[in-house]
Design a binder for this molecule. Structure first.
Ligand code: ACO
Length: 437
């Protein structure tokens, strides 16, 4: 077997697969962080077999240069930069540029990027009529995905995924308008007038003022909330091939336009096993608070015959700790102390974490608090209503989705994503006419 030297160690160039009476060589692919993969692209042609990996637990769907994460060591880096540095030193718009274009912007690039986004913060006036049609109690994630999808109808002049100029403008439009669409969803739900964006404000300031200002009195934007929101958006900004990002890639691989692809990503994020977990965590903490018996909930989560799970615990990739949860917990501590907020849910969250981290069930399965565990507590402190939590996650994840969609479109190995299956249904049957069934 020949081998290739990758910098740290020597690795085989090929892997051998023995199947029935044949042996074939499969190419080994090594990433820049020495991650190893076996390229199975030619497996079916050469052997008639496909691979089966339900839930994609062990499947690399692409090569990507955007985000590196190591679940064993709790490492997360965007374009090589540790999340801890980006979360404490950057502005969200700067991180968005980094994710989408691959490098940190210099001052001039950042100014131009910021200006381009600001030019697009307003929604087409006719889009406001959509909100009239939605029921007042609609979940804001449903509104968000619908209005983003409807952007394809209003901004047809930037909807061609193969035209780089269209893509450039669509990226600005999405980054600029998502906070406006999100804030309008909230205003609709509480019956207040929409607040237009104000372009002399920063990205986070603008969102907070569209959420909380009313036309009849001044609104003071709290700089602590701005900083907390900025940090939260950054830590949510990308997480390689997660469920919603894979959805954006999957939809985009059919060359659906960027608005349609992002709307699909928002829908995927909504589920409680993914981004919707932040909302589910607060409901769970409230339930524990009302009940007063924390142990009962731990026992329910451990019971094999009970489908109950501790929300905000566990992760497909992180098996030691989630570095985003560590950053958020620290910020949560500082913000609540500064604002002198004594939130019983934060106390319960900390207690739950301690109990679970010392419980054999959770230790054995390496279940740790994930990004969603503490984010809800900060959102609460900022006055963000619970149904908006996943909407804020969408705003944070948007640059990651954009970066992946763009990387895929520009890739030389671009192809439609089309998994196969192992069919386990009926064999061919004789048709039975309706009267004989
Ligand atoms: N509470 C109790 N037990 C759990 C939990 C939990 N939160 N999560 C996993 N387990 C147990 C499972 O029952 C299973 O036990 P078993 O081996 O005895 O059958 C074992 O841990 C492995 O769990 P899987 O479901 O196989 O792990 P998977 O990688 O498929 O799922 C997931 C990961 C979806 C995140 C899961 O841990 C979960 O449901 N967590 C709660 C929801 C949540 O917080 N989601 C947000 C994830 S972060 C994000 O998407 C932004």
């Amino acid at each position: 077997m020949s081998s290739v030297v990758t910098g740290k160690e020597s690795m085989p160039e090929t892997a051998k697969l023995k199947i029935e009476d044949r042996e074939i060589d499969l190419r080994v692919v090594v990433g820049t962080e020495q991650e190893k993969a076996i390229d199975l692209g030619k497996l079916r042609n050469e052997t008639g077999y496909i691979t089966l990996d339900e839930g994609y637990v062990n499947t690399g769907s692409t090569r990507s240069a955007i985000t590196f994460l190591n679940g064993e060591q709790g490492i997360l880096r965007y374009r090589g930069y540790p999340i801890e540095d980006l979360a404490s030193k950057c502005d969200f718009v700067e991180v968005s540029y980094l994710l989408i274009y691959g490098e940190l912007p210099n001052r001039q690039q950042l100014e131009e990027f910021t200006r381009s986004i600001r030019r697009h913060t307003l929604l087409h006036e006719d889009m406001r009529y959509f909100y009239r049609g939605f029921p007042r109690d609609a979940h804001p994630m449903a509104t968000l995905s619908s209005v983003v999808s409807a952007m394809s109808t209003f901004y047809q002049d930037s909807a061609d995924p193969r035209d780089p100029e269209h893509v450039r403008v669509s990226i600005y439009r999405l980054l600029a308008k998502l906070p406006t669409i999100a804030a309008y969803s909230y205003k609709k739900s509480i019956g207040q007038p929409f607040i237009y964006p104000q372009n002399d404000l920063t990205y986070c300031e603008n969102f907070l003022q569209m959420m909380f200002a009313v036309p009849c009195e001044p609104y003071d934007i709290d700089p602590d909330f701005v900083n907390a929101l900025n940090m939260l958006l950054i830590v949510h900004a990308d997480h390689e091939q997660n469920c919603s990002t894979s959805t954006v890639r999957m939809v985009g691989s059919s060359q659906a336009n960027l608005f349609a692809s992002i709307a699909a990503g928002i829908c995927a994020l909504w589920g409680p096993l993914h981004g919707g977990a932040n909302e589910a965590v607060v409901s769970m903490l409230e339930e524990i608070h009302r009940d007063g018996n924390l142990k009962k909930f731990i026992d329910m989560a451990k019971d094999k015959n009970n489908k109950y799970r501790l929300m905000g615990f566990g992760h497909r990739v992180y098996k030691n700790f989630d570095p985003r949860a560590t950053i958020i917990k620290g910020a949560c501590d500082r913000l609540l102390a500064k604002l002198k907020i004594d939130d019983p849910l934060f106390q319960i969250a900390q207690e739950l974490e301690q109990v679970a981290l010392n419980d054999e069930y959770f230790v054995e399965r390496r279940l740790y608090p994930n990004v969603d565990f503490y984010s809800g507590v900060i959102y609460r402190a900022m006055g963000i209503p619970v149904p908006m939590f996943t909407v804020l996650f969408s705003m944070g994840r948007l640059p990651g989705w954009l970066a992946h969609w763009k990387e895929m479109q520009e890739s030389e190995s671009f192809r439609i994503c089309r998994p196969r299956q192992v069919y386990v249904g009926e064999n061919e049957r004789q048709f039975i006419p309706l009267d004989n069934r």
